[in-house]
Design a protein around this ligand. Structure first.
Ligand code: G
Ligand code: G
Ligand code: MN
Ligand code: NA
Length: 254
């Protein structure tokens, strides 16, 4: 109850921050980022999402928080568009099931893009498999509407949940993200290597891209690249860092 109240106030008082983690291509060049929410609590310090997203989901606060994340992400995209080094980058935003079930979700994404002046083709929305368990027809309809605007979809934590291959084919997905639990022991566990290879083959037949998550070593990167993986994310390439421009340094006292 306390956390819920503090989170509501934190949202109001600007304590939420959007971090970003780079996603790199097969030449290790950054081609986008995943937006990751952080809560800078005045007393508790940096609260990780694992501690407050579940509370936000249970209380419905995830709806205004998700709206804030989307609007902030669109503002970041608009800033990147003006920067030649970042103009082609995509920004991936994690969605919760409750957001997607809102009747006005498509309109709210459209409004966030329009208000910020962001290019829909640079926005990626990350869904999890569990999100696809409910209201499949409604989910597909919303995804189709957003995809027709140019928005791309990634399936996050792929391989950890229930995934019907029949649905997978019907959804307008551009990307599968190999869950980091399969990447961790890739070099030592033949089962994990087989799973990674299978996901890459599946994605190829479905004409989807694959992002390997949780790449922490150059060895993991090279093995995945040899398997045909072309996109990577993990501490080896960069940790989540604030997406907003850093505050200008304070003027030195005279
Ligand atoms: O950043 P970190 O690795 O601690 O994130 C932990 C979890 O929180 C991840 O599963 C991620 O998908 C989720 N998460 C991070 N940011 C957001 C967000 O903006 N919205 C939602 N719904 N989940 C998020
Ligand atoms: O579930 P989702 O994929 O959205 O969560 C992303 C989370 O993974 C973030 O909380 C981020 O901090 C974490 N993460 C990103 N890269 C790595 C990594 O290389 N190793 C580990 N252990 N976690 C990572
Ligand atoms: Mn994610
Ligand atoms: Na993930």
């Amino acid at each position: 109850a306390t956390l819920q109240r503090e989170l509501r106030h934190g949202l109001r008082d600007g304590e939420l921050a959007l971090f970003g983690q780079p996603i790199v291509d097969a030449q290790a060049q950054t081609c986008g980022q995943e937006a990751l929410l952080r809560w800078r609590h005045p007393v508790r310090g940096m609260v990780p999402p694992a501690e407050f997203i579940p509370v936000a989901e249970q209380t419905g606060l995830i709806l205004p928080i998700g709206q804030w994340v989307l609007r902030e992400a669109c503002r970041v995209l608009a800033r990147w568009a003006a920067d030649p080094a970042r103009a082609g980058w995509t920004l991936a935003v994690n969605l919760s099931a409750r957001q997607l079930r809102q009747p006005d979700f498509v309109a709210s994404v459209q409004a966030a893009l329009a208000d910020a002046g962001a290019d829909p083709r640079r926005l990626k929305l990350e869904l999890t498999e569990s999100l696809l368990l409910h209201d499949v027809e409604d989910t597909i309809a919303k995804m189709e509407a957003l995809a027709s605007l140019g928005i791309q979809f990634a399936l996050d934590d792929f391989g950890t949940g229930y995934s019907s291959l029949a649905y997978l084919k019907r959804l307008p997905l551009t990307q599968l993200k190999i869950d980091r639990s399969f990447v961790r022991d890739l070099l030592s566990d033949p089962n994990d290597a087989a799973i990674a290879r299978t996901i890459l083959q599946l994605a190829q037949s479905l004409e989807m891209e694959v992002v390997a998550e949780g790449v922490e070593t150059v060895g993991q990167y090279e093995v995945l690249r040899a398997m045909g993986c072309r996109l990577f994310q993990g501490y080896h390439f960069g940790r989540p860092a604030p997406l907003e421009p850093a505050d200008p340094p304070a003027a030195a006292p005279a």
